[in-house]
Structure formats: structure tokens, C-alpha cells
Ligand binder design. Structure first.
Ligand SMILES: [Mn+2]
Length: 332
């Protein structure tokens, strides 16, 4: 699955954001008209980050059926979100279209802000055939400073009513780490209906993941109101109940890609899964030191908004990072 994350601090970053998101949008199969809309929206969102934000990041995430732009920052946050959506707000003296303009250009739009803490803006374009996902997914990612490719990979795949998602962290950084993590997630794309245990066994036996990778796999069976989880290595995975409390789902130690388990299967955890459940998985490029209070009010938002919020606030920046959020209910 494709994606880019751009730190945005200076005007030159706005031009880069426009160019790079346009290229990705075209690769994702958007129409030329929507490619232009993505570029205009990226310009507006990146421009806002330069003007107002602390530690602004603009992400473009492509997956089957959807292309997301996510702007995230660590402050200052909006006092009144609805005011910021009004045309003309904070755009005086610029050619900006404002957040209201971004909302009109996108197929779906979401915003979450806490004054004094930060803001996330999501603009989504729907593209091509949309797989009938049994969950609502959202992804945010970050490439370690100094690297040009992200060593973490993620996947969302569906077949026969079963949706399987995964995040993987290739050991180290850069292209070799990316090859290792992509080798792991490719097994999910190839057969989303294989059991998580089988998928992990296949990843472990796969020689292309030479460097090794951590991986967390979650598989959703909405027809059975059940989800399965298997993980190897250090990934933070929290399953939230409809009441908002969470259980940490624990992975087994180690890495995949080096035949460490030699035939012994990793046994999956099985949990109830319904429309009110949320699953959050992230690699160690995001600090695990976030509390449930960080997400108060966020479970009304789009899962991509939640992913952007967590990554924006807790990314370590010296490491690649990937946050994958899955909410109960049908996608995109
Ligand atoms: Mn890492």
C-alpha cells in the first residue's frame, strides 16, 4: 500500500507537498480532475501547517478504494472548529481556499482538534472499485528523518467477507527494511482469508524478508462478530470495547523472516468484534505512552483521523512509524 509523509515547516515544503501528493494520487488511479483537487487541497493544508502549526506533517495514503490526505500537528489547536470551516477564515491576504474549500473538494472530510494540543484534518477521495471491507480502516505513517523510504509497511485486504490488516516494521531503516516489511505484508495481500497463524508461518519462511521484521496481523470476520489477532515482535496493539476501555493484545517475541519458530505455530487470540469496537495497532516508531484520555471524543471521528492524531502527537521521528486503526462497521 502506498503512502508518503512530509514534514511541513517552510514554504518550499508546500510546493513539495503539492507535487508529491499529485504524483501519488495519479498512481492511485484518481481521475485527472481529482488529482488536481488533491493537489489544491494539499497546497491549502500544507500552507496552513506552515502558517500556524507546530510539528506539522502532511501524509498521503493510498489503499484500495480510497486516497487520504491527512494533515496533523502538535498545536496550537483550534478554539472553534466550525469557525475555521467558514469561507474567508484565516485566509485573508492569501489565495487559499480555506478548510471549507478543502471540504468541498474532497469526497469525505473530517477534522479533530483540541485547543492547546493539535489538529488533524482528513480529506478523502474514493477511487475505483471499493472492496466491501468488513471494517473501516485508517492509516498514518512517517518516514524516519534522513530516509527516503519508510521501512514500515501496512496492508488492508479483503476476500469473501473476511478483512485482514497488518503492520510490519523491517529491522533498521531505509530500502532493506522496506523490502523486509513489504515481504511480510505481501502475504496478507496474496491471501487475506488464510488464518493469521498460517500468514505468520508463511512470513517466517519467506527468504525475501532476510533482514527480518516485526508483524501484527488482525483478521475480521463480521459475519461471526469475531476478530483474530497474531503478532510477532514489538508492535503496540490495543482493542477498544464499545465502552471505550481497552485490552492490550500481546505479540510473541521475535521477528519473522528468519525461520525462528521452525514449525511451531503462533496461536491467534480470538475476541468479539462488533460495530462499536476499535483496534489500534502501531509500530515502535510511535511511543506507546498514550492514554485512553487522548482518544476521548476521537471515536466519533474517522479511523484515519484517529491514526493521524496518534501519530502526529507521538511519533519519535528518528524511526519509521505506522499506525493502523480499524473500526467496526463497513468500509471504505
Ligand atoms: Mn521501528
Amino acid at each position: 500500500m502506498t503512502g508518503v509523509a512530509l514534514p511541513v515547516r517552510e514554504p518550499v515544503h508546500v510546493r513539495q507537498a503539492r507535487q508529491q501528493t499529485g504524483v501519488l494520487a495519479r498512481e492511485a488511479g484518481l481521475s485527472e480532475r481529482d488529482v488536481e483537487r488533491v493537489a489544491i487541497a494539499a497546497t491549502e493544508l500544507a500552507g496552513n501547517l506552515v502558517k500556524y502549526a507546530v510539528d506539522g506533517l502532511l501524509m498521503a495514503i493510498g489503499r484500495p478504494g480510497a486516497f487520504d490526505l491527512i494533515a496533523t500537528d502538535r498545536g496550537p489547536g483550534l478554539r472553534h472548529v466550525e469557525d475555521s470551516m467558514r469561507d474567508g477564515y484565516s485566509t485573508s491576504g492569501t489565495l487559499g481556499i480555506g478548510l471549507g474549500g478543502v471540504r468541498r473538494m474532497a469526497d469525505e472530510f473530517d477534522i479533530f482538534s483540541r485547543y492547546g494540543e493539535g489538529t488533524v484534518v482528513l480529506a478523502r477521495w474514493l477511487v475505483g472499485l471499493r472492496p466491501p471491507l468488513g471494517v473501516r480502516p485508517g492509516v498514518a505513517m512517517f518516514t524516519a528523518l534522513g530516509e527516503t523510504v519508510c521501512g514500515d509497511s501496512w496492508v488492508v485486504a479483503e476476500r469473501d467477507g473476511i478483512t485482514t490488516v497488518a503492520v510490519s516494521d523491517g529491522l533498521g531503516h531505509g530500502p532493506e527494511a522496506a523490502v523486509a516489511s513489504a515481504a511480510a505484508t505481501a502475504h496478507v495481500s496474496a491471501d487475506p482469508t488464510a488464518s493469521p497463524s498460517e500468514l505468520i508461518a508463511a512470513m517466517d519462511a519467506d527468504g525475501t524478508a532476510r533482514r527480518g521484521a516485526t508483524v501484527a496481523v488482525a483478521q475480521f470476520h463480521p459475519a461471526r462478530s469475531t476478530m483474530l489477532f497474531c503478532g510477532v515482535g514489538n508492535t503496540t496493539v490495543r482493542l477498544f470495547s464499545p465502552r471505550g476501555d481497552h485490552e492490550t493484545l500481546v505479540s510473541v517475541p521475535g521477528i519473522v523472516g528468519r525461520r525462528q519458530r521452525r514449525g511451531s505455530r503462533v496461536q491467534p487470540l480470538t475476541r468479539p468484534w462488533s460495530d462499536g469496537n476499535w483496534l489500534i495497532m502501531h509500530t515502535d516508531g510511535v511511543s506507546e505512552r498514550w492514554g485512553d484520555e487522548e482518544l476521548s471524543g476521537a471515536f466519533d471521528r474517522d479511523p484515519a483521523t484517529v491514526a493521524g492524531w496518534l501519530l502526529g502527537r507521538h511519533v519519535r521521528r528518528r524511526d519509521d512509524a505506522c499506525v493502523l486503526v480499524a473500526a467496526g462497521g463497513a468500509g471504505p
